[in-house]
Design a protein around this ligand. Structure first.
Ligand code: ATP
Ligand code: MG
Length: 359
């Protein structure tokens, strides 16, 4: 039996199914992200787990107990939001103590737990400050602490880092993951940011139109996308659309200006319009040789722009079929703008799906 079970959970608003027949089983020590575009139903699903929304259908079980009809404060859950929701006229200490006063804990216990939170979140020395005297990262830590002082069975986080700049966000990602591991409780983390989901999660549920498109280990979501939507939404890739031709165990896509070859996929039939995705970092480059024949999974291109991203260079390439992007480590040969190159990849690096209208 899983620690948290969502059993056929749906939520209808008017004629919109914000959440549509969701089944999930989450284990006790898991960090799970709900990753999806705006309006896909992530917050609604989180609020259903928290008890802030009643599902139209389905059940929620936490630690073996059916909590579907329990109010939030009896579920043992805590929630951290994007807007920190700290009380502006109360000190850090009072912000952390507040949920414990609500629980009517004894004074000594409240002090002990606030001290514990100040300690694990490196907030010692800041307890007398007011929220407007803290940095964004410190405010976020207080918000996290407020979620944790009640010793919840599960912590729900709704885009808690969305207001932070990139560097701080990346630091907080490491911290949040560290706390989750140390506490040994599940964190369910809502985000539309794939980098956040990939950096922290054990498993990622990709949410689309109220449904779970796939729920799998983060490496599977990234390396072996199950649907075109996931291939497009997770990671950065180049898309080629063409007509499928099946040859023995290979599938060729034609009419794109490049012959894409990969292992045949069950879902692709002869003559079907299919879309192939190749991640930016799977596209390799070499200097163009005169008179060489392209062959499959190869195209000739010119480097239009080079964008430096620290350890990586992103090459924006133009070729007769349009533009593609190749992302290469800077330890490799660096190409200059205007250089003519051969871009190539392997059949294993191609994900092919029946073409669907872009989401
Ligand atoms: N209280 C409500 N009343 C009516 N419709 C709602 C309500 N809350 C959400 N919705 C609708 O349900 C759908 C899912 O909304 P939800 O807030 O769960 O999306 P989300 O994935 O969290 O999006 P975002 O990334 O923008 O926060 C949307 O179409 C939204 O307009
Ligand atoms: Mg939301």
């Amino acid at each position: 039996m899983s620690y948290i079970t969502l059993d056929g959970v749906s939520k209808q608003y008017g004629n919109v199914w914000a959440v549509d027949r969701v089944n999930m089983a989450i284990e006790k020590k898991e960090f799970v992200s709900l990753l999806g575009p705006s309006g896909s139903g992530k917050t609604t699903l989180l609020r259903i787990i928290a008890g802030l929304e009643k599902p139209t259908q389905g059940r929620v079980l936490i630690d073996g107990e059916d909590v579907t009809h329990l109010p939030p404060h009896l579920r043992g859950v805590a929630m951290v939001f994007q807007e920190f929701l700290l009380f502006p006229h109360r000190t850090v200490y009072e912000n952390l103590a507040f949920p414990l006063r609500m629980l009517k804990l004894q004074k000594g216990e409240i002090e002990a737990r606030v001290e514990w939170a100040l300690g694990i979140l490196s907030l010692n020395g800041l307890e007398k400050r007011y929220p407007n005297q803290l940095s964004g990262g410190q405010q976020q830590r207080v918000a996290l602490g407020r979620g944790l002082v009640g010793r919840p069975k599960v912590l729900l986080l709704d885009e808690p880092l969305a207001n932070l700049d990139r560097e701080l966000r990346q630091e907080m990602e490491v911290e949040i993951r560290k706390h989750q591991s140390a506490l040994g409780i599940p964190f369910i983390y809502v985000t539309h940011n794939q980098e956040e989901a990939l950096s922290m999660s054990d498993r990622i549920a990709v949410v689309r139109g109220g449904r779970i498109e796939d729920f799998a280990a983060r490496t599977d979501i990234y390396d072996r996308p199950k649907t075109a939507f996931i291939a497009q939404f997770v990671g950065r890739s180049n898309r080629f659309e063409g007509i499928a031709a099946l040859q023995k165990k290979q599938l060729a896509l034609r009419g794109t200006g490049v012959v894409i070859e990969t292992s045949a996929r069950d879902a692709i039939a002869e003559g079907m319009t299919a879309a192939a995705y190749v991640k930016n970092e799977k596209i390799r480059l070499r200097p163009a040789e005169k008179g060489a024949d392209g062959g499959a999974n190869t195209l000739f291109a010119t480097i239009k722009h080079v964008i430096l991203r620290g350890a990586y260079a992103e090459y924006l390439l133009t070729w007769k079929g349009g533009e593609i992007i190749a992302s290469r480590p800077r330890s490799e040969v660096e190409f200059k703008e205007g250089a003519e190159v051969v871009a190539f990849w392997t059949g294993e690096d191609v994900d092919v799906f029946p073409a669907e209208k872009s989401a």
